[in-house]
Design a protein around this ligand. Structure first.
Ligand code: NAD
Ligand code: UDP
Length: 325
């Protein structure tokens, strides 16, 4: 499924925080495929070493169990630091609000300090959540967002907004080479079935014949990007000179009810849809404007939603439902 790895112009040795997570583990795999040595730092708060099973005997890969909110150093040269460490699903950041704010604040500071000391390029994985419940649609990078600073998603949204501001300050005041990417909803193999996000929830429900829990009337929209595309965009941003922020996402927009039906059909499931209460401050619309990614990075998503969902369903069926049954 993965397109050819983006050519990394400079990175011979990369530090990846949050590399045992969903997106981070795919990034580690792709960096290693491009022959970049990788040091991964992760405290396994929401990640798992299972995601790094393919790296177990890889001499070019090092795993360090570390909370990036505590300062850290890495011996030897580093030319790329990718900071992903943070809970990312609404379910996870609701359970870990203080940890999420600390990862955005202290974790970003420590990762920036490392990049600054090493003269490395620093890449922050920010999020479409900085746009909050957007009043502009689709969302371009120039939109400042509509975020509730004390709402149920604020620990995540404001942590990322602070992380963006801190990254910008290091760039302007200290001359650190930085880039901010704003990831939109990403899906694919290695999502946790219990992380509460729509894609793993609907797939596990459909595969086990349980009702698909659609929040509200399901008219809210999301735009789903396959993880291979998202990682391709991260690598393109790492290799380019652009500071961002740049949106990385797939503009193919679906209502959540359409997504539930699509997943149910692809699973060949007879699960009914059950409408459940919609969480507070749940964004109503989300679709990236990716003009900048196309022009500045030469990147755009390649994986068609049905094909990506079918591949993800197949992975869930083999790794999770199959393992239980
Ligand atoms: P994930 O929860 O699977 O991965 C996050 C990883 O960070 C986990 O392995 C976790 O253990 C680790 N971590 C958390 N706090 C840490 C700390 N203090 N020290 C060390 N490690 C820590 O989430 P994901 O979906 O892979 O998201 C990765 C990044 O991408 C996050 O920064 C997230 O905000 C961003 N992002 C993801 C999406 C998406 O749709 N997946 C969308 C927008 C942004
Ligand atoms: N959602 C849903 N049922 C679920 C999980 C999520 O209807 O079991 C909805 C959720 O309310 C939101 C959308 O699906 O409107 C996307 O949620 P997700 O947690 O996947 O991502 P995010 O809200 O972070 O974009």
């Amino acid at each position: 499924m993965a397109p050819a790895p983006a050519p990394l112009r400079t990175a011979r040795r990369a530090v990846v925080t949050g590399g045992a997570g969903f997106v981070g583990s795919h990034l580690c795999d792709r960096l290693r495929a491009a022959d970049t040595e990788v040091v991964c730092l992760d405290n396994l708060l929401t990640g798992s070493l299972d995601n790094l099973a393919d790296r177990a005997d890889d001499p070019g890969f090092t795993f360090r169990h570390h909370d990036v909110c505590e300062p850290f150093d890495v011996t030897g040269p580093v030319d790329l630091v990718v900071h992903l460490a943070s809970p990312a699903s609404p379910h996870d950041y609701a359970r870990h609000p203080v940890e999420t704010l600390r990862a955005g604040a202290h974790g970003t500071l420590n990762a920036l300090e490392l990049a600054h000391r090493k003269g490395a390029r620093f890449l922050l994985t920010s999020t479409s959540e900085v746009y909050g419940d957007p009043l502009v649609h689709p969302q371009p990078e120039t939109y400042w967002g509509n975020v509730n600073p004390i709402g149920p998603r604020s620990q995540y949204d404001e942590a990322k907004r602070y992380a963006e501001a801190l990254t910008t300050a290091y760039r302007t005041a200290r001359g650190t080479d930085t880039v901010i990417v704003r990831l939109f909803n990403t899906y694919g193999p290695r999502m946790r079935p219990t992380d509460g996000r729509a894609v793993p929830a609907f797939i596990t429900q459909a595969l086990t014949g349980r009702p698909l829990t659609v929040a509200g009337d399901g008219s809210q929209t999301r735009s789903l990007c396959h993880v291979d595309d998202t990682v391709g965009g991260i690598l393109a941003a790492a290799a380019a000179g652009h500071p961002g922020p740049v949106n990385l996402g797939n503009p193919a927009e679906l209502s959540i009810l359409q997504l539930a039906h699509r997943i149910r059909d692809l699973c060949g499931s007879a699960s009914p849809v059950e409408f459940v209460e919609r969480p507070g401050d749940d964004p109503s619309l989300r679709r990236p404007d990716i003009t900048l990614a196309r022009t500045a990075l030469g990147w755009q998503p390649a994986v068609d939603t049905d094909r990506g969902l079918a591949q993800t369903i197949d992975w869930f069926a083999r790794h999770l439902v199959g393992a239980r049954g």
